[in-house]
Design a protein around this ligand. Structure first.
Ligand code: AP5
Length: 213
């Protein structure tokens, strides 16, 4: 099962993608997580990506596409994967389709998690991310057992640099301009599924599993 998660920044793509990956036994591939790991490790890719991410801009397509095409070709992705944060532009979607078509394959579902902009800023300011494992929480909607400490690995929780309100506003406008057109792109392919992302996390997940079976 090959799944793409669509939705605005903070819509809950990562939250749902992790649950999907666990239930269906497929890898969760998040380009945001890949970039953050590279930043943490001080790689050249990380240094380049950081300059864009800090401003809420997209990392250029040429730094993303090969990385993802290579990742989905790995052994653990043979039976499927859930892509979170990719594609984010029409050229990225076309590049993925082309790479999959070359091996007689295709995306099965594009799930759009719908959350209006008004809800996003509030969600982002309450999000906390683990510096070690990338686990994501929310101070109100998904709190950790011990404040400031990751439930999964005991790592320290921080507010992501790009979750500050000014950067979130920019990320939202970048989303509407460059990523929202993908809704139409996948609708035309007949694989778009829409879920309401404003309800409780479990309810969102139930709606998704009703689609995936
Ligand atoms: P990335 O990490 O992909 O960020 P994003 O798409 O902006 O998405 P987020 O991770 O911010 O949000 P999410 O939808 O996963 O929400 P979450 O589940 O955490 O990308 C970061 C940057 O990297 C980009 O800006 C760009 O620069 C670069 N980049 C990445 N991929 C790229 C690409 N392909 N091309 C170019 N550049 C790329 O939930 C948010 C919060 O809400 C959490 O606190 C969560 O606990 C809470 N929450 C979730 N669901 C609910 C719910 N139902 N009710 C209440 N709270 C909820």
């Amino acid at each position: 099962m090959k799944i793409i998660m669509l939705g605005a920044p903070g819509a809950g793509k990562g939250t749902q993608a992790k649950k999907i990956a666990e239930k269906y036994g497929i890898p969760h591939i998040s380009t945001g997580d890949i970039f953050r790991a590279n930043i943490k490790n001080g790689t050249e890719l990380g240094k380049k990506a950081k300059t864009y991410m800090d401003q809420g801009a997209l990392v250029p397509d040429e730094l993303v596409v090969d990385l993802v095409v290579d990742r989905v070709g790995q052994e653990d992705a043979k039976n499927g994967y859930v892509l979170d944060g990719f594609p984010r532009t029409i050229p990225q979607a076309e590049a993925l389709d082309k790479a999959l078509a070359a091996i007689n394959d295709k995306v099965d579902y594009a799930i759009n998690v719908e959350v209006p902009d008004e809800n996003i800023i509030n969600r982002m300011s309450g999000r906390r991310a683990c510096v070690d494992c990338g686990g994501t929480y929310h101070i109100k909607y998904n709190p950790t057992k011990v404040e400031g400490v990751c439930d999964a690995c005991g790592g320290k929780l921080i507010l992501r640099d790009d979750d500050k309100p000014e950067t979130v506003k920019n990320r939202l406008s970048v989303y509407h301009e460059q990523t929202q057109p993908l809704i139409d792109y996948y609708s035309k392919q007949g694989i778009l599924k829409e879920v309401d992302g404003t309800v409780d996390m479990e309810e969102v997940f139930n709606a998704i599993t009703a689609i995936l079976g």
